[in-house]
Design a protein around this ligand. Structure first.
Ligand code: GCO
Ligand code: MG
Length: 409
């Protein structure tokens, strides 16, 4: 089963996506997500210039060998651009193999360990009434686990808080990279954040009771000792996890946080390699692996990370914002079903525009996601529809402190 053609499709149905489409000589096509939010064309060029010419004529069924060929064979390893490109090839080849077998991908990965993947949705509000409305709207949609992000007194805009959550906040995208000439600049104040957040979780717990799983994303903004303090302050509210408390590069930072708090910790959405996890897993410094198929080298590589995590009792909690395309989302759902150490799946829901280009078959019911039993990943790319949405340059925001110092966003 030789690879006959490879296309890189860049489209912007509401936000930018990069998709690799591999076609075999016998006409089977496979899709892979290569979207790197705000840096999309770097991956497109990497694929188009350096990877596509290597793929045509290769055996489409040799997935591990192709992975090693692109990883070891490049000499320059790892990094978000390289690993997103490899992820797209790997995912597309798994899609092809599963379509050729007439099976949903999760069957090839060992079969289902569960009936569906528990998903968490994103509730947010600039103040408590907005936040409560947003949580209620998510509960009505069927979510059984909720991420809570809140406005901070004194700050105009805060990561994770929809500008128009007032309308119920059941569907929104508060952070598409914005199509401005320069990144939007937001302001940040960690002391104000640390003072405010525990009171919000106290209010949410007293309104919604003790059993609802609640999550929170620190988005890499704290120092280790600040994160330790927040984790400790949130202990009475029994979080499912505190995510990305500190910047992702510093694995040792989690040691300090861990010494001070029993709040479960999740990290890894910006990681791109199993080597980013060696300290974190072997020293049991985290509870959840946040990596997505899209940014970690694909199904092959993330399955290895999760098997490594299982040795230490660490579970999955895959990244699933709207900048993971429906193709990347479907790949996540197949792994969610197949790995024993599944924890939870983030699910932000794509817009109608996006879903008109990517025809999905996965379903959400009673708080659980299922990838469907369609062969392969279960997603079709409508290339004609994609052509109606040309790429638009866009940036994620940047953060500055009151004195102008650039801070992690
Ligand atoms: C999350 C993430 C996202 C990122 C986004 C950046 O937990 O879902 O933090 O919201 O900000 O993926 O491109
Ligand atoms: Mg996050």
């Amino acid at each position: 089963m030789k690879i006959a053609a490879v296309d890189v499709v860049v489209t912007c149905p509401g936000r930018n996506f990069v998709t690799l489409r591999i076609t075999t000589e016998d006409g089977i096509t496979g899709l892979g997500d290569a979207t790197l939010n705000g840096r999309e064309l770097a991956v497109e060029a990497y694929l188009r210039e350096h990877v596509v010419p290597l793929l045509v004529g290769r055996d489409a069924s040799a997935i591990e060998d192709t992975w090693q060929y692109l990883y070891r064979g490049a000499y320059w390893r790892r990094g978000p651009v390289t690993m997103a490109a490899i992820a797209a090839v790997d995912t597309a080849l798994w899609d092809i193999k599963a379509r050729a077998a007439g099976m949903p991908l999760y069957q090839l990965l060992g079969g289902a360990c569960r009936v569906g993947a528990l998903a968490y949705g994103h509730a947010s509000g600039r103040d408590l009434p907005e936040l409560f409305d947003s949580i209620r709207a998510h509960l009505e949609l069927g979510f059984r686990a909720i991420r809570v992000q809140t406005g901070i007194p004194g700050l105009d805009t805060v990561y994770g808080v929809a500008a128009s959550a007032a309308g119920g906040g059941d569907r929104y995208d508060y952070e598409p990279a914005r199509p401005t000439a320069l990144p939007v600049e937001e302001s940040w104040d960690t002391r104000a954040y640390l003072r405010h957040v525990p009171s919000v979780f106290e209010a949410v717990r007293s309104e919604f009771g003790p059993s609802l799983p609640l999550l929170h994303d620190g988005h890499h903004r704290m120092t280790p000792i600040e994160a330790a303090r927040l984790g400790k302050a949130l202990e009475p509210y029994d979080l499912f996890w505190l995510e990305d408390a500190t910047p992702g590069e510093d694995q040792a930072a989690l040691r300090l946080i861990r010494q001070h708090t029993t709040t479960p910790l999740a990290i890894g959405e910006v990681f791109n390699s199993i080597h980013d996890y060696t300290t974190l897993l072997s020293e049991r410094l985290i509870d959840y692996v946040r990596s997505a198929v899209t940014h970690t080298g694909g199904v092959t590589a993330l399955k290895k990370v999760l098997d490594f995590a299982a040795v230490y009792g660490v579970k999955s909690g895959m990244h699933g914002p709207t900048d993971i395309s429906p193709v990347g989302m479907a790949a996540a759902l197949h792994l969610d079903l197949a790995v024993h150490n599944f924890g939870i799946q983030e699910y932000m829901r794509h817009s109608a525009e996006t879903l008109a280009v990517f025809r999905t078959s996965y379903t959400f019911a009673d708080g659980l996601l299922h990838p469907s039993d369609a062969p392969g990943l279960g997603v079709e790319l409508d290339v004609d529809a994609a052509d109606h949405f040309p790429y638009r340059a866009a940036y994620l925001p940047v953060n500055r402190l009151a004195d102008g110092t650039l801070h992690d966003w």
